[in-house]
Write a protein that binds this ligand. Structure first.
Ligand code: NAI
Length: 333
């Protein structure tokens, strides 16, 4: 099948080309992000392949549909960037990669916890400059601390398991507690999780309920000096509220792999450009904030799984071998 692949980088091409040896689809790569302006590039492509910051709203889906596209293959687990009711109304099939490496994301969340706690990013720079002072690098033992996990799906449970391995107590909040959760995961109301956790990590999807879940009110209920980690979706956190929390010292450490306005920033080299996002620029001025640019998924294993599942979805849609991991409006509930 002819597939218009948007938002592609060199590494996407490498892994997709390798996986495509078993499928033989005609992959046409576009560097551009999928938007209303770039959607006409997919004219006459029956399938479009998109990533997390591609826009698949009402307008884009209409353009794609008019151009003959009937299949959307997401290279992501999250589908909050797709207007699913519209896709269904247009008779378009949406495939996704439900799990490519939950370990990759959970391990990155742990990397943020460890780096922030022991300030390894500051230590690295100091040592390179011959500054061996320890002032400002004081951390805390993870052993014995309480970790709050919001969202105990595939990623949240692995994160909980790793943190339990450090000797942490695990509290969790999820409207659908998992049957796979180990005994050490204690489900509690969100208010209790906020009140008792030294570290809070977000692993829920972005939904109307989780949009700005972490706002002024939520932060006010947290422990003084709490460490907040977000590898879920940017909009789960109200950036303005966390900046206020950081300024007051209420939030002691903030680790982000996602940011609510990331689509204008992430996955690009903007080092020669002026960044006009004042909230983001304020965030990076704090010594106790560590931001990575949506790289939690970025391991060789995950890229291999993403490429293989994406192409299998397209093959299955065509009636070939394999399972189509379709996402429908029911998944939004
Ligand atoms: P999953 O679907 O296995 O688990 C999500 C869990 O969140 C479910 O148990 C669900 O019941 C729960 N949940 C839903 N609403 C909630 C709420 N209001 N409060 C608490 N929990 C709630 O998803 P998975 O694979 O664990 O991924 C979680 C999220 O991580 C994805 O939705 C995606 O946004 C994000 N992600 C980020 C990546 C990155 O590179 N930074 C890569 C992959 C996923």
């Amino acid at each position: 099948m002819r597939v218009a692949v948007f938002s592609t980088k060199g590494y996407d091409r490498t892994f997709l080309d390798r996986a495509n040896e078993a499928h033989q689809h005609e992959l046409v790569y576009f560097d551009a992000r999928l938007t209303a302006e770039t959607a006409p590039l997919a004219q006459d492509f029956p399938a479009v392949c998109a990533f997390v910051n591609d826009r698949l709203d009402h307008e884009v889906l209409q353009i794609l549909h008019q151009g003959g596209t009937r299949m959307i293959a997401l290279r992501s687990a999250g589908f909050n960037h797709v207007d699913l009711p519209e896709a269904e109304a247009l008779g378009m099939t949406v495939g996704r990669v439900p799990a490519y490496s939950p370990h990759a994301v959970a391990e990155h969340a742990v990397a943020l916890v460890l780096s922030l706690n022991r300030m390894t990013f500051r230590a690295y720079n100091r040592v390179r400059e011959g500054n061996f002072s320890l002032d400002g690098l004081i951390g805390f033992d993870l052993h014995g601390k309480t970790v709050g996990v919001i969202g105990t799906g595939k990623i949240g449970l692995i994160f909980a398991e790793i943190m339990h391995g450090f000797g942490c107590r695990i509290l969790a909040s999820d409207p659908h507690p998992s049957a796979d959760a180990k005994d050490f995961v204690e489900y509690v109301p969100l208010e209790r999780l906020y009140a008792e956790s030294d570290i809070i990590s977000l692993h829920c999807p972005l939904t109307p309920e989780t949009d700005h879940l972490i706002d002024d009110q939520a932060i006010a209920q947290m422990k003084d000096g709490v460490m907040l980690i977000n590898t879920g979706r940017g909009r789960v956190v109200d950036t303005r509220a966390v900046i206020e929390g950081l300024k007051r010292g209420k939030i002691g450490h903030l680790g982000l792999d996602v940011y609510e306005e990331e689509e204008k920033l992430f996955f690009q080299d903007l080092s020669q450009r002026v960044i006009n996002d004042d909230l983001f620029m304020r965030l990076i001025t704090f010594h106790n904030v560590l931001i990575t640019g949506h790289q939690a998924f970025f391991t060789a294993e995950a890229l291999t799984n993403i490429a293989e599942t994406t192409l299998t979805n397209i093959t299955a849609y065509e009636g070939g071998e394999g399972t189509l991991h379709q996402v429908t409006v029911q998944h939004m509930a």
